[in-house]
Every structure is written in structure tokens, then in C-alpha cells.
Design a protein around this ligand. Sequence first.
Ligand code: P6P
Length: 299
Amino acid sequence: MATQEDTTPAETVSNATTITRIIDAVAAAAPEIRAGLPGRRVYAETDNPSGETPLEADIFADGMLCDRLGDLPGVGEYASEEREEVIDTGAGGLSVCIDPLDGSSNLKPNNTMGTIVAVYDAPLPATGDDMVAAAYVLYGATTTMVVARDGAVTEYVIHDDGDYETIREDVSLPDDPTVYGFGGRVPDWVDDFAAYAEEVESDPSMKLRYGGSMIGDVNQVMTYGGIFAYPTLADAPEGKLRVQFEGYPVGYIVETAGGRSSDGEQSLMDVEKDDLHARTPVYVGNETFVDDLEAAFEN
Ligand code: P6P
């Protein structure tokens, strides 16, 4: 459930309290973001820093989250996939990176999408070691939120009033994995990944689950076990997904849930890139799948 508002003066707010306030604020915003999606399916007029054209819905969600998170005592920096530069709130404290509406291209076909939250105890761009919490909201048939903090993953349902309730504690990837979701196109996959993908797809226990929104696809892996991959493509040698906004937080959540993450060679948490909007290949899932992937890429 949402916490009591802490009345401690801002200058003495602990990181733990700030993380709780960030999660509370994201949960409170979620129903309003969801309610604001209809009527915002049109493209905005300018591209984002990754060269993608956002929807009005992306801009709407980013504006709301920037206002609410940027106003929190203990949040010193706010960055978003939709903004070129980091916003310094002047308050000092933790840094928050937001993908306001991951998979917003799913709005028109009314499929899932999500909000990704990465919290770092360092100025941006941060490293994987700086991460202190990560979360995602999933706008599906219901609105749920998965939070990794203090060494554990918890899944919540978010009610219409923004209050949230635990539905799964100590979430861990199932030992009998059954789903895989691979982004990009088979002809664009580099050869190593194409061979690996063929091996996974030939496993009769594995089913394809790919919805085009990373958070929806990762939540399938968090629920049923398996692997999600957005690999290096012939025309995307660095991959498509962003390190600070997608790779680190999803890697942190899956590893906290007992799985593994990789960029093909190392844990996503060990990837180091100077650019706030740098990209990386993303592979997350059960340990055996990621170990096999790295072995395939080594040979
Ligand atoms: P494709 C959504 O745009 C996103 O950033 C991720 O959520 C998703 O995994 C990927 O891109 C989908 O990419 O090439 O399948 O449309």
C-alpha cells in the first residue's frame, strides 16, 4: 500500500525514503497516464534524442512524471528517453531515468506498454553499479508494477486511486521456463544470434511470446521464465534499447529475481557507455539461456 507521507525535512531524507517516494509517485501517476492515453495516439512534431518520433502520449507521460518526480526532495536529477539533456532539480540526491511509455507504438493496436524507472545514487549518465532501485509499470488488462530494491523483487497491482497492493513477493524466475521473445527481424539478426535463436525455437517446451513492447515481453519472462532478446542487428550494431533507460533497469530487475542479463558478452550491469542515450543489445532471462547465448557468441 502507499506509504505515509514522510514529514522529515528534505535535507535529511534518506535514500530509502526517497526510493519509496519515487515508487509512490510513479504508482500515483500510472492511472492518470493510463486515462490520458486515449486521444494521444498521434505523433509529436519533433523526434526524441534517439531519432524516434514519439507519440503525444509519450510527451504527456514524460511531462507528468518529470513534474512529480522532479519535485521530490532527494531527487537531484531527472532524465528521460524523450529529453536530450538531464534536468538538475537543484535538490541534490538520487538520479532518476525514465522511459515514460516504453512500447508506445502498441497504443494503436491496443497492446501492452509500460513505464520504466531507473534510480541511481550518482550523477547521470550513471553506471550499473550506481543503481539502487528499478521498477516498471505495465499497462495491460490491469495496471501492475514490478519493483526491485533491497535485493528483492515485488509485484503490485495499482488501483484506480494510485494506491498499490502486493500480489507477488520475492518474485523469482520459474525453474521450468517456457517463453521466448526476440526483437528485430530474422534477416537482420547477426549470424551468431540467428543460430542461437534457431536452437531456442527448436526446443519443444518453448513458446514464442513477442508483443513489441519490451516491458510486456520481459513481464512474460518474469512470469513464465525463458528469455527476452533485442539483439544486435545488421543495421543496429549497438542494438536498439537504451542502456540507462532500459538495459540497466531491466537487467537489475531480472538479476535480482535470480536470472541473468547480458549484452552478449557481460552482464548488462557491467556495460559502460558515456552517452546518456547510448544503446546496447539486451538479453535477459533464466541463467541457462543467457549462459548458452554467451557461449554461442564466444564460439
Ligand atoms: P521492434 C519499443 O519501441 C521498444 O523500444 C521496446 O519496448 C521493444 O522491445 C522494441 O522497441 C520493439 O522494437 O523493432 O520490434 O518494433
